[in-house]
Design a protein around this ligand. Structure first.
Ligand code: PLP
Length: 403
């Protein structure tokens, strides 16, 4: 099927909710994907951080196949062995005491929001349901996560908003101190703003946020949907800041592309949800849990996170060399294998030019090229990214001085 056919068929049968790239990826191996016409691409989008182990990773394929042959799905009214296994792996290797499973990042965040409300409701503090999030944040597309998201463009046309959310400037502790009051149930923040352009804040900021939560009694909830599961070189990104959150949400990389989300929480927060208060038909089912066990075991295996750190540093230094040479690059940002270059002009044409030369990258926040390769990416593949990026940026006028 050539591109004219699938573009037309898609337009005829599928909701028009995505601005799609006119290629259809049909198979992959490691960091390489192939389209329906046999062209190969190096994948630095990695399913937007979902394909943590790359494509067709043998241990993941085997775990999925074995579980599919045994039991794909069973209701959560029964005990589910792979779900207990993945919960144990996550709890034993993080701050958390308990885990809940769902199907996506937005759903994990809905779970966190429900925890914050119910936690204070159970204490009789019925007015204490307000959640403070960050300007420029992204938390999902459901109604409550849209209200949590600090970008008004996503909410437009879907009013009235779910109430109980407000945003402050990311990275500015004074703004948070001013905003927190007796109604505040939780502060909800990404360790690194991903969709918002790979924007970071200092470790001291996060430590001050933790202190503020301790002082006022509100919960510290962190959205690690994009930054979690080894992406930044630690298993969870907040570990870089030396803080312990009360709730963390995960999705994307947790099951290597099999749809899954998770809420991790300390006992006092997890205890807010009791039978009848929260559930998901597919959440933590045998198939996705078996996939998550395979992925998580690999990420936690000896040397894996060290290799993410090492390759992240290599990618970072190669991007910085490029920035020193090409003034079109305003800034390099990121941690581990979540890196970005912020350009002095919009980046979408650059992604097209790179795609024509066999490398897939994502543009977010208009000017930011974001690199989220599978965590198994090699240095040779990073070199190829840099060669093609250098070529595309130079062609776009990168060597000229711009302000
Ligand atoms: N939270 C963050 C930080 C994200 O980056 C995303 C997706 O990009 C989401 C939540 C929403 O996740 P999902 O698309 O799985 O609902």
């Amino acid at each position: 099927m050539d591109s004219k056919d699938f573009v037309a068929l898609n337009a005829e049968y599928v909701f028009n909710t995505y601005g799609r790239t006119p290629i259809m990826l049909v198979e992959g191996s490691g960091c390489v994907v192939r389209d329906s016409e046999g062209r190969e691409y190096l994948d630095f989008i990695g399913g937007l951080a979902a394909c943590s182990l790359g494509h067709a990773y043998p241990k993941l394929v085997q775990a999925i196949a074995e579980q599919a042959g045994k039991l794909i799905h069973v209701s959560n009214i029964f005990y589910i062995q792979p779900q207990i296994e993945i919960a144990r792996l996550l709890v034993e290797n993080t701050f958390a005491d308990k885990a809940f499973f769902c199907n996506s990042g937005a759903e994990a965040n809905e779970g966190a929001i429900k925890i914050a409300r119910k936690y204070f409701h159970d204490q009789g503090a019925h007015d204490r349901y307000h959640i403070i999030t960050m300007e420029n944040s992204f938390h999902g597309r459901t109604m409550a996560t849209l209200a949590a998201t600090g970008q008004t463009k996503y909410r437009k046309g879907f009013e009235p908003e779910v109430q109980g959310f407000s945003q402050v400037k990311f990275g500015v502790i004074g703004a948070l101190e001013k905003a927190v009051d007796a109604r505040t149930a939780a502060i909800f923040v990404e360790p690194i703003q991903g969709e918002g352009g790979v924007r970071m804040a200092a470790p001291e900021y996060f430590q001050a946020v933790r202190n503020l939560c301790d002082k006022t009694g509100c919960l510290l909830m962190m959205d690690e949907v994009q930054t979690g599961m080894g992406r930044t070189g630690k298993f969870l990104a907040h570990e870089h800041f030396g803080i312990i959150p009360d709730v963390v949400t995960l999705a994307k990389g947790i099951a290597g592309g099999v749809p899954m989300g998770a809420v991790l929480a300390v006992d006092k927060a997890a205890g807010a949800l009791v039978p009848g208060t929260h559930a998901s038909t597919f959440g933590g089912n045998p198939l996705c849990s078996a996939a998550a066990v395979a992925v998580t075991s690999e990420i936690l295996s000896d040397g894996f996170l060290d290799s993410v750190v090492e390759k992240g540093q290599y990618l970072r230094s190669r991007l910085e060399d490029l920035a020193a040479k090409l003034p079109i690059i305003k800034e390099v940002r990121g941690m581990g294998l979540m890196q970005a270059v912020d350009l002095r002009k919009p980046g979408s044409d650059i992604t097209v030019s790179m795609r024509d030369h066999g490398v897939l990258v994502n543009c977010t926040s208009d000017t930011v090229l974001r690199f989220l390769p599978p965590l198994v990416v090699t240095k040779d593949e990073i070199d190829k990214l840099i060669d093609v990026l250098d070529f595309a940026l130079t062609k776009a006028g990168g060597a000229e001085h711009e302000n």
